[in-house]
Write a protein that binds this ligand. Sequence first.
Ligand SMILES: Nc1nc2c(ncn2[C@@H]2O[C@H](COP(=O)(O)OP(=O)(O)OP(=O)(O)O)[C@@H](O)[C@H]2O)c(=O)[nH]1
Ligand SMILES: [Mg+2]
Length: 446
Amino acid sequence: MAPNPLIEAFTNLVNRIRGLSYIDEATLKEVLREIQRILLRADVSADVVLSITKTIEERFRQEKPPQGITSKEFLLYLLYQELVKALGGEEAPNVNVSKRPYKLMLIGVEGSGKTTSAAKLARFYIKRNLRVGLIETDTYRPGAYHQLKQLAERVNALFYGEENSKDPIAILRHGLEYMQRNRVDLIIIDTAGRHRNEEELLKEAKAIYDEAKPDEVMLVIDATVGRQAAAQTEAFMKYVPIHSVFLTKMDSTAKAGGALTSVIRSGARIKFIGVGEDIDEIEVFDANKYVSRLLGMGDLEALIEKIRAIEEESKIMEEIEEGKINLLTIKKQIDSIMKLGPLSKILELLPTSMLPMQYRAVMLDEEKMSNAQEMLRRWRHILDSMTKEELLNPDIINASRIRRIAKGAGVTPKDVKELLNYYQLMKRMVNQIKKSRRRLGRLVGE
Ligand SMILES: Nc1nc2c(ncn2[C@@H]2O[C@H](COP(=O)(O)OP(=O)(O)OP(=O)(O)O)[C@@H](O)[C@H]2O)c(=O)[nH]1
Ligand SMILES: [Mg+2]
């Protein structure tokens, strides 16, 4: 994406936070005010801005940063998380085409970028080895037929249109037949945006929808309208179901933040963004990726990964404390530790670490450390060659199973036994803790 004022402002803020020696009350307030200024300038509506900063503030005060994470880093993490949340959450949209042929209809106001986006989508899916056809039903804009026909040729998509027709429904019907005859996997229907008035536009959209019975209606919105995007979405939703949104011209507006948050608030799902006029300038909208770029992250990504892994580990610890322990628990634990990177870097995390006492004592020794790492890797292989049943119910693992598992993992039966001993130890410890809790509970009269 081209340099944009939003990215610049956020990157500056991130660098400032990093440069702080510590975060006191005054600097916290200042940082929050700066976040508000940036978001308001990006045309994000005031209530969304307030809810983002309020949540960051509350979480910063109430939640303790995970071990090994400074309060500065934690603040950056909260900023990242709350922005992702405001942009629709963690999961990237599913852009798979679920059936063949799949009919995708584009609608939107004049000049929003429908025809350009139709070609971008064709290119996107052709790259994914789909046969794509484009149908032009716009009978209003002079030259619409040639515009899409040329684009279709450029991206190697099939094309159907009728240059002199004034009947979009007839064009559509012929176009669908043509595409089906040619065994097209994905049929993209472009519609007109130029009408005498809005009502006429919406009514035609509805008529085309009824005739095409598309699998997906994608609303194309020009991001330069900023927070007005929600009103547009809602107007269209009254006439046809809106399954997804293509937000265009993200490259040429300082109001992208407003467009994104307002569309999301209207309940629509943003699937694609247009980031330039060229046919390749299309991206799947992924809130995580978008926010990472917004904050100029790069290396911040490592921090996010780390915090996630720590959170995952504390979830596992909770499970263990509740007494739900089996070999699957151990497997998850090893995964989260491995994700945290070299063991030497996670010394601070040792209290919650899974390593048995005898290993903790030797952690500072480089050579022994790499032995411990080696051991974890070995254990991971061993766990991989167990069946689900064995993971969930380790008591069934007898001598012959141990031999099979060892062979599968390329280790000795002794190695497998070592892991099983560790598991038994953990289980005993957990039971002890549970017992003493219960005793304590009885003492205080629970
Ligand atoms: N910078 C930029 N320009 C874009 C983007 N998408 C579309 N455009 C431009 O927006 C203008 C309008 O695009 P069209 O695709 O013709 O819009 P339309 O919705 O089909 O317009 P009508 O058919 O009149 O309703 C063109 O100049 C495109 O090049 C984008 O992501 N970034
Ligand atoms: Mg058009």
